[in-house]
Write a protein that binds this ligand. Structure first.
Ligand code: HPA
Ligand code: ZN
Length: 329
């Protein structure tokens, strides 16, 4: 891409609305933390680990992603990981980020949930001061686990709510989609809604368009993470367009996890042209080969996006921030 175009995209004020903080853990940091914490890794070095990042589908990625996250033990580890991410996106013209984290990945290994919150929140607050990036947190439930496990996690987290009222604003749902439909989490989402959290959920990444409809109807989410398979249901596409329900699309993730075979086949532009509030996001940038700007560049090239498309995508991301941020603007 010519340097002027890259500068143009970099300078567009952009929000990232779909990123898993554990997915920002770069191989060199995985090795550093493993050494610091005395964790054995089944890879000789950083290059060997990176070479293992060859995925055939979502689950093949999740296996490595959970293994990588197992080096996170202390508050300082969560802080270091989050600071590295914020430092990186500050260079890309990202002005706002809504960060997902998976406490169950850590509490299952005996890490106190308070340490997970404390480390990530300390970095987020410092990132506001240091780089002027506004951000908040989306605590996400692992959908391959039970609804009861999600309720237990919510119970453990709620005593921390007041302390992190400025950062913890959202609830999300991630991990293996197929066979774990939104309905499985209907009651815990109803509780989170009563508690006043903003609700989002992954749907229509590998799972069918029906899961997107169910996330809207049963979970009352205000945004859909991924949602690319919505296209299979024209009535759903019309509904998403009419209600301006944002989709947080992750192009490099879709390519690496073989949701699409080639970036030129990605439906992002078609969805945008049908009036959907499509946004671009990085998902798990350390694993999928690029941060937010790289995702913009990859689709701009593969789908021949013009400047108006790029402006629209960046504007959509700002409009799709949690309402408290949009109303402050
Ligand atoms: N999909 C589902 N779960 C995830 C993802 C994803 O893309 N990344 C991290 N957890
Ligand atoms: Zn995701």
């Amino acid at each position: 891409m010519n340097p002027d175009r890259l500068t143009f995209i970099r300078k567009l004020p952009k929000a990232e609305l779909h990123v898993h903080i554990e997915g920002t853990l770069e191989p060199d940091l995985i090795f550093r933390l493993a050494q610091r914490n005395g964790v054995m890794l089944p890879y000789a070095d950083v290059d060997a680990l990176r070479a293992a990042y060859q995925f055939t589908n979502l689950q093949s990625f999740l296996d490595l992603y959970y293994a990588g996250a197992a080096v996170l033990m202390t508050e300082q580890d969560f802080y270091d990981m989050t600071m590295a991410y914020l430092r990186r996106i500050a260079q890309d013209g990202v002005v706002h980020t809504e960060i997902m984290f998976d406490p169950q990945t850590h509490t299952e290994r005996g890490v106190p949930i308070a340490d997970v919150f404390a480390g990530i929140a300390r970095a987020v607050r410092e990132g506001r001061e240091k780089w002027g990036i506004t951000s908040c947190l989306i605590m996400s439930f692992l959908r391959h686990l039970s609804e009861q496990a999600a309720f237990d996690t919510l119970e453990q987290a709620l005593p921390l709510r007041d302390q992190y009222a400025d950062v913890w604003l959202g609830i999300g749902l991630d991990s293996g989609e197929q066979g774990n439909p939104p309905e499985k989490f209907e009651r815990v989402y109803a509780r989170c809604r009563e508690l006043g959290f903003y609700l989002v959920a992954h749907a229509g990444e590998e799972g069918p368009a029906d899961y997107v409809s169910a996330a809207l109807d049963k979970l009352n989410v205000i945004r859909i993470d991924h949602g690319v398979r919505s296209e299979e249901d024209p009535a759903l596409v019309a509904r998403l367009a009419d209600r301006r329900i944002p989709l947080t699309v992750c192009p490099l993730s879709n390519l690496k996890l073989k949701v699409v075979n080639d970036m030129s086949e990605h439906n992002l532009k078609r969805l945008l042209d049908q009036g959907l509030c499509v946004t671009i996001n990085s998902d798990d940038p350390a694993y999928f080969g690029g941060y937010l700007l790289d995702n913009y560049v990859a689709v701009a090239k593969a789908l021949n996006l013009d400047d108006a498309d790029l402006v629209k995508l960046a504007r959509n991301s700002m409009d799709a921030r949690f309402p408290v941020f949009v109303s402050q603007a």
